[in-house]
Design a protein around this ligand. Structure first.
Ligand code: SF4
Ligand code: SF4
Length: 327
């Protein structure tokens, strides 16, 4: 172990990224880093066996910069940098599967909304042989976080096999954001083991609002599936419902009330609140009073009803900024 400033992705992480910009292995998926992020570990990756010697040579180049007390240029001012005792040895503990290739929803706020067909037909590869190889070689070991980004994980052909394999090999911190339109037995299994966190952004309390935001009439199915996951949950609250306030669509107290009531009825205990990102970026400084009031209203009511109801970081920053300005 040695103490220096770094992050878990620089040290022990990798991101399998498949999207419109190609298929690459990245250091992490954090694209908002002031230094630029987007550190490439392997360009044009097509699922072929990885040359691990070459991989670690490059990864250790970045680790050595951090060890020397400097900062990797692309990581400058990243919020994930922290001083810690980092382990020696070449292990991967945290993996993100960022497949921007399949989704059975069409959310109005999604980056795929402009050209759904293009994203839904992007070419991908099977990640299972690589994961199996990594586990068998002792390269990929439990201890970090495993997550998905981009499209809908349950639409991936190898999803059930992949999560089953990870659960069978002791990986117990797996986060799965899902549209919850397709029910997944392996999510159910992972939730009941307490090894999987499942998050669904329903953004509505009614079928009509759901259809308007998501582009599909599947509200009842989603409620049914989330209710089934919630009934399997382990002691920790690992079934999460999220409400992204999309001004013009669901920014009414009545809608949010119905969301809270439904979560209560189907046994969800953990709630997250967010505000649609593009809207927030263009209104950050003026702090739209009505939306800020709605955020406060939902958080106050949610906290009185559930063990956990919080805003995402950018929502809390919005509130604290507004409070500082005395609005
Ligand atoms: S410091 Fe930030 S940008 Fe750099 S690898 Fe870590 S999370 Fe990514
Ligand atoms: S569920 Fe996620 S990936 Fe699918 S359209 Fe909505 S935001 Fe995009």
């Amino acid at each position: 172990m040695s103490e220096y400033i770094s992050c878990e992705w620089l040290e022990n992480g990798m991101d399998f990224d498949v999207g419109v910009y190609g298929s690459n292995i990245m250091q992490c998926c954090y694209v908002s880093c002031p230094g630029g992020g987007n550190i490439m570990l392997k360009r044009d990756f097509d699922g072929s066996p990885i040359d691990w010697e070459e991989f670690w040579k490059l990864k250790n180049h970045y680790r050595d910069i951090q060890k020397s007390g400097q900062t990797v240029k692309e990581c400058t001012d990243c919020v994930f940098l922290r001083k810690d005792n980092w382990e020696e040895g070449n292990h991967i503990k945290s993996v993100i599967f960022d497949h921007f290739t399949r989704c059975n929803c069409d959310c109005v706020y999604c980056y795929t909304h402009d050209d759904k067909h293009k994203y839904n037909t992007l070419k991908s590869y099977n990640v299972m042989p690589i994961i199996r190889d990594m586990v068998e070689r002792g390269i990929f070991v439990p201890g970090g976080q495993i997550g998905f980004g981009g499209g809908e994980p349950t639409m991936l052909e190898e999803f059930e096999e992949l999560i089953n394999y990870l659960l069978d090999h002791g990986f117990d911190n797996i986060s799965i954001p899902t549209s919850a339109i397709k029910y997944s037995p392996v999510i159910e299994k992972g939730v009941s083991m307490g090894a999987v966190n499942v998050q669904n952004s329903i953004d509505s309390g009614r079928r009509e609002t759901f259809a308007m935001i998501k582009g599909i009439d599947a509200y009842d199915t989603v409620i049914e599936n989330m209710s089934r996951y919630a009934s399997k949950k382990a002691e920790n609250y690992n079934v999460i419902s999220k409400y992204i306030i999309c001004p013009g669509y669901n920014d009414m107290k009545r809608e949010a009330d119905l969301w809270l009531e439904t979560c209560d009825r189907i046994g969800i205990k953990m709630l997250m609140l967010s505000v649609e990102n593009i809207w927030l970026k263009s209104h950050r400084h003026e702090g739209n009073r009505r939306i800020v009031d709605l955020v406060r209203y939902i958080l106050d009511k949610g906290r009185s009803m559930f063990p956990y109801c919080e805003g995402e970081n950018h929502v809390m920053q919005l509130l604290s900024g507004i409070e500082k300005d005395g609005q």
